[in-house]
Design a protein around this ligand. Structure first.
Ligand code: NI
Length: 168
């Protein structure tokens, strides 16, 4: 039996949204108040979702102690109370929460082995949240690849509306 486990962590960090590739005027236009030269802070809420078989002996996907220890050492110790702009990973990439999401995903993907990483979600404010589930997420679906012969013999999918009702 496979199950998903999501754990939430909190950290605080500051950032300034500014791209070296753009002029000051373009930056101001693109990022608005977030381009303020002094930066600003957020209390980020980070959700990490992992999956795996439920171990028969322990009844768990993975031990939360292992996940907590990894996230504390590799993510919270790295970013909590930091200025994200000073981090090496944001020397070339603007520290938007999209890019923070992918940076955290990559750290977990590389180093956390007890369970399969599904996704990372970050709430930046009450109004904004971002998710990243790895490169697999942006692969085109078979329906989009369409013209490939391998998919021609498959039956047309039944049209289903968003409540799951088939169009009969
Ligand atoms: Ni911000």
């Amino acid at each position: 039996m496979k199950a998903h486990l999501t754990r939430r962590y909190m950290f605080s960090a500051s950032h300034r949204l500014h791209s070296e590739a753009m002029s000051d005027a373009e930056n101001a236009l693109t990022y608005g108040k977030c381009n303020n030269p002094f930066g600003h802070g957020h209390n980020y809420s980070l959700e990490v979702t992992v999956s795996g078989a439920v171990d028969e002996a322990t009844g768990m996907v993975c031990n939360l102690v292992d996940l907590d220890r990894f996230v504390q050492r590799e993510i919270l110790d790295r970013y909590d109370l930091e200025n994200l702009n000073t981090r090496l990973e944001f020397s070339q990439a603007v520290p938007t929460t999209e890019n923070l999401c992918t940076a955290i995903y990559d750290i977990l993907q590389r180093g956390f082995t007890p369970a399969h990483l599904e996704k990372v979600r970050i709430e930046e404010t009450m109004m904004n949240s971002f998710e990243y589930a790895g490169a697999a997420e942006i692969q085109p679906s078979p329906a989009i690849r369409g013209t490939a012969g391998a998919f021609r013999s498959e039956p047309e999918p039944t049209a289903v509306d968003r409540e799951g009702n088939s169009e009969l």
